[in-house]
Design a protein around this ligand. Structure first.
Ligand SMILES: NC(=O)N[C@@H](CC(=O)O)C(=O)O
Ligand SMILES: [Zn+2]
Ligand SMILES: [Zn+2]
Length: 444
């Protein structure tokens, strides 16, 4: 133990933490995890509490690598009335996240290094989660002219992912060039797959429910045609493409096909598409309005199965805060999007762990390891092992809680899960060894 003891004292220069009695990946007997200097220093049963260490009593809770969200909207700059990098970072930490990717559809758009560097710096200043800026693929998200991807990639914020999310890069020639360019830069293009000619005026999933309610429909083919097209473009460019918020059974089938062809394509699914379907629209409450729309139960089942089988790689929240006046209005006028950061784990536990589709190791994979790999983050999604960065999340699988929008850390309150009760909850989060959330409270 002499080597470990040396490490321990080194760790204490910056304050150490002992997590006592956690089940790593929800497996085996509870272990203690000693953390210092931002790293895991020792793992074992009955470790001594070094003097001055902060002790977190885990009581058999599940310890997972910190979650990584490839798809978050933090609304800064431009709509700080709905979310800021600070409030969104708090929501992320409470949700068990240690890294999030903040989408580029801010105002101004993150299509230049000035904005992307601001987002990174502000995130570091807040210090609750690494906020990685996503750069726009095209200038102003207008889909016409490629943004200066290389400049953003080489800035302080080191942009690793580019997306026009909110809009589809619908021009196939622009998308082809973006993919070609991205592979030489070693960055990821994430596509909001929506053929805009098929979704003019659309506000809901095209199907029996929308027809009955008189809502204009967003057909599955609007998503699937772009997924298929982009798979082929990625194949020809020898590039990687990532599909944002997969929402249909057909997308799962296309992913299977493309993977079978050896195409480098990955996809994410949101918690809301894993839980909710378009029967929610009956009330005309625009809290349920989102892009892509809530689909049918058969799509929900296919997405769960796809995630369990690894055809869909990961869970991403598409956390999309909106002001009350933009949500509490006529359905067709309301903005699409819903909060997701603080509720994601609870929903993944309910939709995937409870039915036996994933175990906790599987949750670590889809919420941390795969997203980190996809985007090329080397300090996240790491194994829980000595010498690894201490980005960790403690989950209590049996801490029943009820979602209340106003109690969430986000400035906006547009959660579709209002008043729903879930079993699992994140209790503690550590970012590089610093406790950012303890007993469900943000540690500023
Ligand atoms: N998902 C949504 O419905 N809305 C997102 C944009 C997007 O993810 O497409 C938003 O920025 O509000
Ligand atoms: Zn989108
Ligand atoms: Zn989005």
């Amino acid at each position: 133990m002499t080597g470990e003891a040396r490490n321990t004292s080194r760790g204490f220069a910056r304050g150490g933490v002992l997590i006592r009695g956690a089940r790593l990946y929800g497996e085996g007997e509870p272990q203690d995890v000693l953390i210092g200097d931002g790293e895991i220093l020792a793992i074992g049963a009955g470790l001594d509490v070094p003097e001055g260490a902060e002790v977190v009593e885990a009581g058999g809770q599940v310890l997972l690598p910190g979650f990584v969200d490839l798809h978050t909207h933090l609304r800064e700059p431009g709509r700080e009335d709905t979310e800021t990098i600070e409030s969104g970072s708090a929501a992320a930490a409470l949700g068990g996240y240690t890294a999030v990717f903040a989408m580029a559809n801010t105002s101004p758009v993150a299509d230049s290094v000035v904005i992307t560097d601001h987002v990174w710096r502000r995130g570091q200043e807040v210090g609750l989660v690494d906020v990685h800026p996503v750069g726009a693929v095209t200038v102003g998200l207008a889909g016409k002219q490629l943004a200066e991807m290389a400049t953003m990639a080489s800035g302080v914020g080191k942009v690793k992912m580019f997306s026009d999310d909110g809009h589809c890069v619908d021009d196939p020639l622009i998308m082809r060039r973006a993919l070609e360019y991205s592979s030489s830069l070693g960055v990821l293009i994430a596509q909001h797959a929506e053929e805009p000619r098929l979704t003019v005026g659309a506000v809901a999933h095209e199907g029996p429910t929308a027809a009955r309610l008189g809502l204009a429909g967003w057909p599955r083919a609007a998503e699937e045609s772009i997924v298929a097209r982009d798979a082929l473009l990625a194949r020809d460019a020898g590039a990687r493409v990532h599909i944002c918020h997969a929402s249909t059974a057909g997308t799962v089938e296309l992913m299977k096909w493309a993977r079978g062809q050896g195409i480098s394509i990955t996809a994410e699914v949101t918690p809301h598409h894993l839980l909710l379907d378009d029967s929610r629209l009956e009330t005309y409450d625009a809290v349920n309005k989102v892009n892509p729309p809530l689909r049918e139960r058969s799509d929900v089942e296919a997405l769960r199965k796809g995630l369990a089988e690894g055809v869909i790689d990961c869970v991403a929240t598409d956390h999309a805060p909106h002001a009350e006046q933009d949500k509490c209005c006529e359905f067709s006028a309301a903005r699409p999007g819903m909060l997701g950061l603080e509720t994601a784990l609870a929903i993944v536990a309910q939709t995937m762990v409870e039915p036996g589709l994933l175990d906790w190791r599987g949750v670590a994979k889809v919420m941390s390891e795969r997203p980190a790999e996809i985007v090329g983050l080397t300090d996240q999604g790491r194994p829980i092992a000595v010498g690894e960065p201490a980005n960790l999340t403690l989950v209590d699988p049996q801490r029943e809680w009820t979602v209340r929008g106003p109690e969430l850390a986000s400035i906006a309150a547009n959660t579709p899960f209002e008043a729903m009760t879930f079993a699992a909850r994140v209790t503690t989060t550590l970012l590089r060894g610093r406790v950012t959330v303890r007993d469900g409270q943000v540690q500023r």
